[in-house]
Design a binder for this molecule. Structure first.
Ligand SMILES: Cc1cc2nc3c(=O)[nH]c(=O)nc-3n(C[C@H](O)[C@H](O)[C@H](O)COP(=O)(O)OP(=O)(O)OC[C@H]3O[C@@H](n4cnc5c(N)ncnc54)[C@H](O)[C@@H]3O)c2cc1C
Length: 185
């Protein structure tokens, strides 16, 4: 079983947690539920005609929790990268170790910058198509990598993409999280 820390509990972080937990790995989401989605009235998220942001967020949190993700109401204060993965320090001074980290800090990627992750020419954190940062095992997703072009559905897609990349690496082969309805009769 792999372990993935997700820093940030907006649409990006929760979407990543959904895929990791649903596929049987440990997904721990850190955040204080201060996501920008609380200010939105969502009418541009495919499959949802219109929903207030706080309602969307409450449904998302419940869905992810039901799949086994741990939602921890605290902030991460620092991250140290080592040979055995990543050590996250929390507000109360305790620390936890993880194999992978997905940073979904929103518009102020403080931890990403403190880690010295490579930046793109526009000053955002540089990532590849799977949202891998310049540090192996660490991903950066959502508003942190698209500060001026941020949409909830884009952050959620980025979380899914990073999670599928981690699941594929853990499985040693490409993973697609596909389900089908049970056959009738
Ligand atoms: C007024 C307003 C209206 C909007 N309307 C729409 C809309 O109609 N449609 C739409 O698609 N989008 C809308 N948006 C944008 C939408 O809210 C964002 O695109 C979306 O929230 C980005 O998701 P994210 O997960 O990337 O980041 P965020 O939602 O910003 O989440 C980041 C989270 O990380 C947490 N965090 C940061 N650092 C730490 C740390 N060290 N430890 C723990 N947690 C941490 C933050 O507290 C926050 O909860 C709107 C935004 C605003 C402000």
């Amino acid at each position: 079983m792999g372990s993935v820390a997700i820093v940030g509990d907006g649409p990006g972080g929760l979407s990543a947690a959904l895929f990791i937990a649903k596929n049987g790995h440990r997904a721990v989401v850190y955040g204080d539920d201060k996501t920008a989605i609380h200010f939105a009235l969502l009418s541009n998220y495919l499959g949802i005609t219109e929903v207030p942001g706080p309602e969307f967020q409450a449904d998302a949190r419940a869905q992810v929790k039901a799949l086994g993700a741990e939602l921890i109401a605290t902030r991460v204060t620092s991250i140290a990268a080592g040979d055995e993965g990543f050590a996250l320090e929390l507000e109360d001074g305790s620390s936890e170790r993880f194999d992978y980290v997905i940073l979904s800090e929103g518009r102020s990627p403080v931890l990403a910058r403190a880690l010295g992750l490579a930046e793109a020419p526009d000053g955002s954190i540089a990532v590849d198509a799977d949202f891998r940062s310049s540090l192996r095992g660490m991903y950066v997703i959502g508003r942190s990598v698209r500060p001026k072009r941020s949409q909830a559905i884009i952050s959620a897609g980025a979380g899914a993409t990073a999670a599928i990349d981690i699941l594929s690496e853990l499985a040693g082969e490409d993973v697609q999280d596909w389900d089908s309805p049970p056959k009738e009769g």
